[in-house]
Ligand binder design. Structure first.
Ligand SMILES: Nc1ncnc2c1ncn2[C@@H]1O[C@H](COP(=O)(O)OP(=O)(O)O)[C@@H](O)[C@H]1O
Ligand SMILES: [Mg+2]
Length: 265
């Protein structure tokens, strides 16, 4: 097993002097605006925070800086659509460990479908190598449910010395499968020298102990403990006080209609 100091990405730095358009997205997102340097955990780093707080934006920036396609997939995937350079590509610097990752995957919540299509397309072309889908359980990812295909991907394609960037991987997974994912992450991170950065809302995944948790907010990015995350607190409170929450949230009588907005001219 590698020594922790040699995991692949130690720190993510924002090179402010390279920003040409500070008043435009993504530099106006508070998490990016206030970013200087973010130290990643050698095993698992979590990004947690409200919708729109910038988790996906930073994860995508790290992905392009690490050499992944902004659309997702492995580093070998090149989608036909040519894209302009990602605005964070030249502004984010990754401070590397002593070794490079041997493999990796960038899972974008929105583009898993594209990745599945790209693999099907590659498999349809004559090639000296065995079909990619063999390493995904032998079936096209399109022929499996989203949850099944994602776990097939993790179990058949994720391997040792990998850098894995996952955006809300829990989206398609039942609670039972989230536990299965936790087991897979632990195997890869602790025993197969892989490193993960995971944006998530899952209180199950967030419990993973060999990790650092970064909370994204309008103030920027801060470290938090598991118990400090709103995801842990709110889920726990809701499960313990379900009746009370429901009584407060769901009124007996129809709510007052929202005041009509005046049309702007
Ligand atoms: N391509 C884009 N152009 C302009 N604004 C964007 C773009 N993508 C995301 N945003 C905005 O940037 C902010 C952060 O988005 P995002 O990183 O997706 O948040 P999160 O993943 O934390 O939910 C949001 O306010 C979102 O509306
Ligand atoms: Mg997101």
């Amino acid at each position: 097993m590698l020594d922790d100091a040699s995991r692949f990405v130690r720190t993510v730095q924002l090179l402010r002097e390279r920003i040409t358009e500070p008043d435009r997205h993504p530099f106006t997102v508070p998490a990016i605006e206030h970013l200087e340097a973010l130290d990643l955990h050698p095993q698992v780093t979590f990004f947690v925070g409200e919708n729109g707080s910038g988790k996906s934006t930073l994860l995508e920036g790290i992905a392009v800086a690490a050499g992944f396609n902004a659309e997702g997939g492995t580093k070998n995937f090149r989608f036909a659509t040519s894209r302009e350079e990602h605005p964070l590509q030249s502004c984010l610097r990754l401070v590397r460990g002593t070794t490079r990752e041997a493999t990796g995957f960038f899972l974008r919540a929105e583009s898993f479908f594209n990745v599945a299509s790209e693999m099907d397309k590659l498999d349809a072309e004559p090639a000296p190598a065995p079909p990619i889908k063999d390493s995904y359980g032998g079936r096209s990812l399109h022929e499996q449910s989203h949850g099944e295909s994602f776990l097939a991907l993790v179990n058949h394609r994720f391997g040792e010395h990998g850098l894995y960037l996952l955006d809300e991987p829990e989206a398609a997974l039942s609670p039972q499968r989230q536990l299965a994912l936790l087991v897979a992450i632990d195997r890869l991170a602790r025993f197969e020298d892989s490193q993960f950065v995971i944006a998530t809302h899952s209180p199950i995944l967030l419990a993973y102990p060999h990790s650092r948790r970064y909370a994204f907010s309008t103030e920027g990015i801060t470290t938090v403990t598991y118990e400090e995350t709103e995801h842990y607190r709110l889920t726990r409170d809701f499960l313990v006080n379900t009746e009370r929450y429901l009584a407060r949230l769901l009124p007996e009588t129809p709510p007052e209609p929202a005041p009509k907005r005046r049309r702007r001219r």
